[in-house]
Design a protein around this ligand. Structure first.
Ligand SMILES: NC(=O)c1ccc[n+]([C@@H]2O[C@H](COP(=O)([O-])OP(=O)(O)OC[C@H]3O[C@@H](n4cnc5c(N)ncnc54)[C@H](OP(=O)(O)O)[C@@H]3O)[C@@H](O)[C@H]2O)c1
Length: 250
């Protein structure tokens, strides 16, 4: 089967491409560097020609509110129009658990991306994932206030990129759901506690402060803002196992 992975050089994209290629599929790892750009439209029509499945794993180079909204709207429109013309049979996209329940600029952009998919003519599956374990360092850095890291005690259930890619590849090969599949990591714990465990494990001396007012990408974090409310498919790799693997790979 011909499968196009938009953002095929990224964190989740590169892992998904490797899994699908191992399964014997013809996979295009699309990114601006390979001449396929969903913002300018360059190379998109040619890439999706003859493809049965397109997986959108692109991310915005800027997370600033206006830039990220423009990225997901323009990219989504260009890509879905090319897919409709090419007769693509399954569009898969990776969104975020809680996008529809939290108010922050990045989540609003992902809602816009999801809405474009729902109103297109292409059969689709939207996968909403919790935050990746690989993102913990970025979260700590963006929540840092000198030597203190302010994090909400709302619940958090991060998932390893390897688990995300495994599930994305499986979903892409299954029939379109015409709806949302939620995925999360195996452990559900207060956000501040998992960031503290992570920083301690990697020898980062910064102190995590439990702060119910601390924002995440500008949005408030209530107890259940960032975790699935209903049924979710769980990854297998928790924080300790992920740290062990990361340290072994370093
Ligand atoms: N971070 C999280 O915790 C989290 C949680 C749930 C869902 N998600 C979603 O997961 C998805 C993948 O995230 P990630 O961390 O794997 O992303 P990433 O590592 O930042 O990779 C982004 C990919 O997008 C490509 N890209 C950028 N601009 C493009 C364009 N104009 N046209 C085509 N491709 C373009 C990049 O190509 P180059 O390498 O050439 O720049 C790269 O391959 C995102 O949609 C994100 O919203 C993230």
């Amino acid at each position: 089967m011909k499968i196009v992975v938009i953002g095929g050089t990224g964190l989740i994209g590169s892992k998904t491409v490797a899994i699908l290629r191992q399964g014997g599929h013809e996979v295009i790892a699309a990114s601006p560097q390979s001449g396929i750009n969903t913002i300018s439209g360059e190379g998109v029509k040619e890439a999706v020609a003859g493809a049965q499945v397109v997986i959108d794993l692109a991310n915005s180079p800027s997370f600033e509110d206006k830039a990220v909204l423009e990225f997901f709207q323009t990219s989504g429109r260009n890509l879905l129009a090319a897919e409709a013309a090419a007769g693509v049979r399954h569009h898969v996209a990776l969104s975020i658990v809680g996008t529809d329940r939290s108010d922050n600029g990045y989540f609003r952009a992902k809602v816009a991306q999801e809405n474009l998919i729902r109103s297109s003519s292409i059969p689709y599956t939207i996968i909403r994932s919790t935050q990746f374990l690989e993102f913990l360092r970025g979260i700590a850095d963006s929540s840092a206030d000198g030597n203190k890291v302010r994090i909400s005690p709302g619940l958090f259930q991060p998932i390893a990129a390897n688990d995300v890619a495994t599930i994305v590849a499986e979903v892409a090969l299954a029939p379109p759901r015409g709806g949302v599949v939620e995925i999360a990591g195996p452990e559900r714990v207060p956000f501040n506690e998992i960031v503290a465990r992570y920083l301690k494990a990697v020898g980062d001396p910064r102190e995590v402060v439990r702060d119910p007012e601390a924002r995440y990408f500008g949005g408030r974090v209530e107890e259940l803002s960032l975790v699935p409310l209903g049924e979710a498919r769980l990854g297998r790799i928790g924080l300790d196992e992920w740290l062990r693997r990361s340290q072994a790979a370093a």
